[in-house]
Design a protein around this ligand. Sequence first.
Ligand code: ASP
Ligand code: MG
Length: 471
Amino acid sequence: MLVLKFGGTSVGNTQAFAQVAQIVAHARAQDPNVVVVTSAMSGVTNTLIHAARSAAEGYEQPYREARSDLLLKHQLVAGQLIDDGVERAAYGRLIDDRLRSFERLCQSIHVLGELTARGLDVVSGLGERMAAPLLAAVLRAQGIDAEWVDAAEIVVTDDSFGSASPVMEPTCAHTTARLRPLLDAGKVPVVTGFVGATADGIATTLGRGGSDYSAAIVGACLNANEVQIWTDVNGVLTADPRIVPTAHTLPELTYIEASELAYFGAKVLHPKTILPAVEARIPIRVANTFDPAGPSTLVVPDVTDEGSVKAITAIKHLTLVNVEGRGMIGVPGIAARTFKAVAEVGANVLMISQSSSEQSICLAVPEADAPAVISALQKELERELSRHFIDQVRAMHNIVIVAVVGAGMRGTPGISGRIFTALGEARINVIALAQGSSEVNISLVVTEEDADEAVRRIHEAFFAKAAASSL
Ligand code: ASP
Ligand code: MG
């Protein structure tokens, strides 16, 4: 059993739909049991949300325009890929029906002048409910017996509108009951991504980008052999190719490495969304719809190779906040109070490092959180500051964390040595660093001017030879 998820760009236009049909046909040749999960056509969710918000603010134009734009966008694909007149007419009625309810919803939002999270989920989930029936019809036009399924029938969630979580037990019961008979009848179910419903049947969504989540949920429930995330890039690369032109696709990555990379800003799978697949130990393949025969990345439970460094990523627009002073030595509780103050302002702390001499603690936070963090620390540590136990709470702006990720770094000596040699040769100053005891990642703080070069130098130190010898 394979679960294939197609993202927005993979169903972005006629050519993309045609591409998807080929990929599904190819998958079925490998495994007769294929389930498809689809996102809305690219841009559609944004359009829907924008229209609903504008309606609440008193504007009717955006939803009126959206209605005709969305009709055109979907009908264009239908007109080009569905030859059968009866099929085309049926889809025409469906899209008309969807868009009519979209307009009615927006009218009510406009009258009320208010948009609730619950109401927004009804509107924003319409994109997938227009795309899945279209994809099923396109597959049928290509001779693949497909049937679309509304995930509201199978994915049971809590009522956290806008970012609902699945309740796995009833979800799996419904998924199996609904999809198994279709598969047994030789059909390909085409399930709407992103959407679900509470046990009472109220529409919910799983959060932006939630179709990956849907695929992982369905894959886990059906115990799929593989969940495939079809997107518009060749899997996960060793670095951002805009920074490192020689970056290449990683054939394999572990769940932990993938989540470290996501944490440090690489555009990979979001840890939360793949959790159902991770818990079921189902491998996840990230592949390119527009280059199906090209390289892809398989994300697996455990390390199978002896590789050391897998990828290098950078997270920008950060501020490094330093709490420093000789008086901190041996004074218990400073670290705890520092973290408490930061937690109270709700800042997202990306890295923490304390020197063993205890003369400083530094935290990397997003630029936008820095002012609140600094004033919270100054308040919390007021006494120590006035007595000069702490010299100052100092901010260093425009810094970047370069994260070097690889589960195989564990117990492999010499890796940090190679990193620092590479940076030293380029005369790049490392401001702070941290290594988690899991040894899956080494994080270095450098200035924004040095960041790209640092990524390139580290990449070169670990991959230049490998890339050259494979040519
Ligand atoms: N269509 C939804 C979004 O744009 C879900 C997804 O694409 O995964 O967020
Ligand atoms: Mg999307």
